[in-house]
Design a protein around this ligand. Structure first.
Ligand SMILES: Cc1ncc(COP(=O)(O)O)c(C=O)c1O
Length: 405
């Protein structure tokens, strides 16, 4: 007979995590157990307004009914087969991605880092076949491209490099928003430039008006690939389905992940026809693009496109930015407000972001400290003006307690 384990005491989860997990995450001291829309609840029943959105993943909010229904239907039909066979949700997702972007071909994988790895492999393959073996990729300082060894090298932040040297070669990091730095770093070895249209983990750093256009044109002039990492900025986050639409450029390769499947792990890279040089066996994945994940992604993407979620992101994002800007007028400790759509940062004049984030947590608001002096907001894309008002009220209260006006 099976004996039921006694339930664990409610305050035991954090101790157990410390005992069992490799210590990589600095977690907030709450255990989340449930989510609905823009709200989450912890194991003590406390409710929070979520402006972190699973790190820009929960695009349609927590447990969105269209995605839950799609997952339920697909889970009862076919969860997984190998990529040795055709499966329908995968093809439907590729169709949706191609119809709604400027790109022609798709590969589906499991995470952002893996999408970037695939993009770099495709660029190197292109380099071997079309650019006399060129293999180097230029990336920018303060970028973030993922946690695999190669993406650690691609990421332009020394603090990510130091613990893991020597890193794989083939990446050159240059200053962001500086076209000449890219031009100077371009050699016969260069096969591409990889950029985030807006740097997310680097602190929500916006490109200067013509930066992306000028880099695009440099890449065209040199015959090298212009690769956009839209893992954080894509799928409506910045007020258009993809951020490149706002900067008058089209990438040769684009990577996606995060918001694409409402929290079911996914990554993807897309390429223009002329760059699609892979042959069977050049790349692959066991789980990538399985029916369950693709059903979630199709439901997410269809909803975002059919309901003009990017238009709504622009409207609510502008409202959020304006409310933060007026908060800045009242608090000397706020140095800058910046962002696009619902990818927004609040920069302080000192390293108080963690303290403010904790004060918000106590008051039922989840925010992200992206840098010691900077908070980042990347809420579900369905957030309302009323949610924004509530968040501003809590932030104001936290700032009043922790800083001077
Ligand atoms: C721009 C960008 N690229 C790549 C990644 C890595 O994605 P993942 O954590 O899914 O591997 C991230 C994650 O934050 C990101 O923001």
């Amino acid at each position: 007979m099976e004996v039921e384990e006694p339930p664990l005491p409610q305050d035991n989860w954090h101790d157990l995590e410390h005992e069992l997990f490799l210590s990589t995450f600095k977690r907030f001291p709450v255990t989340l157990v449930r989510g609905q829309g823009t709200q989450v609840w912890d194991d003590q029943g406390k409710q929070y307004l979520d402006l972190v959105g699973g790190w820009a993943v929960d695009s349609l909010g927590h447990c969105p009914p269209v995605v839950v229904d799609a997952l339920e239907r697909q889970a009862k039909t076919l969860i997984h087969t190998s990529n040795q066979f055709y499966t329908i949700p995968q093809i439907e997702l590729a169709q949706l991605l191609v119809q709604n972007s400027c790109l022609d071909k798709v590969f589906i994988c499991n995470s952002g880092a893996e999408a970037n790895e695939g993009a770099v492999k495709l660029a190197r393959r292109y380099g071997k076949l079309r650019l006399d073996g060129a293999y180097e990729i230029i990336t920018t300082r303060d970028s973030f491209h993922g946690r695999t060894l190669a993406m650690t090298a691609a990421t332009g932040q020394q603090s990510f490099h130091d613990p893991y040297t020597p890193l794989p070669g083939g990446f050159v990091n240059v200053e962001f928003n500086h076209v000449e730095a890219i031009q100077e770093a371009t050699t016969a070895r260069t096969c591409g430039v990889m950029l985030e249209p807006i740097q997310g983990e680097g602190g929500v750093n916006l490109p200067e008006d013509d930066y992306l256009e000028r880099v695009r044109s440099w890449c065209r002039q040199k015959g090298i690939l212009f690769i956009l990492d839209e893992i954080q900025t894509g799928i409506g986050r910045t007020g258009t389905l993809f951020a490149y639409e706002q900067f008058k450029v089209e990438p040769d390769i684009m990577t996606l992940a995060k918001g694409l499947a409402s929290g079911v792990p996914i990554g993807a890279f897309l390429a223009k026809e002329h760059v699609s040089v892979f042959s069977p066996g050049d790349h692959g994945s066991t789980f990538g693009g399985n029916p369950l994940v693709c059903a979630a992604a199709c439901a997410t993407l269809k909803y975002i496109v059919d309901h003009d979620v990017p238009g709504r992101v622009k409207r609510v994002g502008d409202y959020f930015l304006a409310r933060l800007e007026s908060l800045r007028q009242h608090f000397d400790s706020i140095a800058k407000v910046r962002g696009r759509g619902l990818l927004i940062a609040l920069q302080f004049d000192s390293d108080i972001a963690q303290e403010i984030a904790m004060a918000c947590l106590e008051r039922g608001l989840l925010v992200n400290k992206v840098k010691p002096g900077t908070l980042r907001f990347m809420p579900p894309l369905i957030i309302t003006e009323t949610d924004v008002d509530k968040a501003i009220g809590i932030l104001e209260d936290a700032l009043r307690e922790k800083t001077r006006r």
